[in-house]
Design a protein around this ligand. Sequence first.
Ligand SMILES: Cc1cc2nc3c(=O)[nH]c(=O)nc-3n(C[C@H](O)[C@H](O)[C@H](O)COP(=O)(O)OP(=O)(O)OC[C@H]3O[C@@H](n4cnc5c(N)ncnc54)[C@H](O)[C@@H]3O)c2cc1C
Length: 414
Amino acid sequence: MASNDTDVVIIGAGAAGIAAGRRITEARLHCVVVEARSRLGGRAWTFNPHSACPIDLGCGWLHSADRNPWRELAEVQDRSIDKTPPPWMRPSTPIGFSPSEQAAFLQAHREFYQRLDSFPDKKPDVAAASFLEPLGRWNALINAVSTYVSGAELDRVSARDFLRYEDSGVNWRVVEGYGTVIAAHGRGLPVVLGCPVQLIDHSGRRLRVETRHGSITADAAIVTIPSALIAEENILFTPRLPEKTQAALGLPLGLADKLFLSLSHAEEFDKESRLFGRTDRSETGVYHFRPFGRSQIEAYFGGRLASQLEASDDVGFLDFAVSELVALLGSNFARRIKLLKLKRWGADPFSRGSYSYALPGKADCRAELAAPVEDRLFFAGEACSRGDYSTAHGAYLSGVAAAEAVIAARKISR
Ligand SMILES: Cc1cc2nc3c(=O)[nH]c(=O)nc-3n(C[C@H](O)[C@H](O)[C@H](O)COP(=O)(O)OP(=O)(O)OC[C@H]3O[C@@H](n4cnc5c(N)ncnc54)[C@H](O)[C@@H]3O)c2cc1C
């Protein structure tokens, strides 16, 4: 343990914890960042970061890149920013999805959003699925897109929360990996890795944080663990904090998993092109061909489909992808692809999912989760963000906000 007595203990070294740690250190306060995993970054994780093809198993897109603080930090780190528009903002490959079908789908999707946008602020919240056209031809595909965006089908997603999301529409990537940028920003901070926190005792004058490797005493704590773990009471609070458990239960982590495949004779496909496995069901993968021009396919599975596939072994994901791709591209295609890497975020004990969504009626849980307790227990992480939830930049901004609140609280108490 680096120090067992500090000003501020930060729990979790993901995007939020790293951002908080940086701000606390800049303010010349002492902190210790305690992280359960053996690496920095949490749900930001670039696999093979030093290879020619680093791959992001967690966040990959700098969403709202024109105002995204990680983009600025990536530039400071001298990373290469790829500004190719994302596949979802361009037409899909017309295989199993003709240009006229694509136009009809886009129209239906636009109309769905228009109905959602007109949802009055004063009305009680409903599931986003309420805005689907009854028996609409494209409902299944609109739902499939929701499983990629929210990690859950529209019947589970709060319309109000969905409307609060703020997206500038600019989506870029970092060639060296988004996870690489976030982990690099954490280097040099006083981090203890491989050290899960088990309990936070806030009954005394100072906080006592119990970890697997001993306890730390601190004046304040910033808790950044994923909402799913707060809901599970994975870290115990003494006295208990039932309002935090309730808030977190309203903000489950949706599930989205990436499967990376190598692709031989890749030149046959356009760089950065996209195929939907099926357009008539919501349980389907979306396949991004030649990301960064590489001889790869990045397959994305979300929602109930991802949960079902996680229940099987790695071969379950691969078999599913092969069956969808062979149905579109012919049986010989199976020989051209090989499993490179798969990450199951639902089975990961330190995240238990991919990114948060709010259940219908639970949009205000984000503010409830973020609210400080006794001006010494602070909460951050993507689920605490009102408009940038589910993203790495939302996590960053929430981490900085929690650190500012700690700094302000210390000034008042002096
Ligand atoms: C497949 C996938 C794709 C994604 N795509 C994008 C994208 O393109 N763009 C985007 O912006 N976002 C994306 N995201 C979401 C983004 O990765 C997350 O929103 C962000 O990284 C969350 O950061 P955080 O700090 O809130 O949480 P985390 O990164 O989860 O950090 C919390 C940390 O707490 C640690 N921890 C947990 N329990 C304990 C404990 N008991 N004691 C100590 N430490 C503990 C965890 O190990 C973790 O390191 C994606 C996520 C996934 C999984």
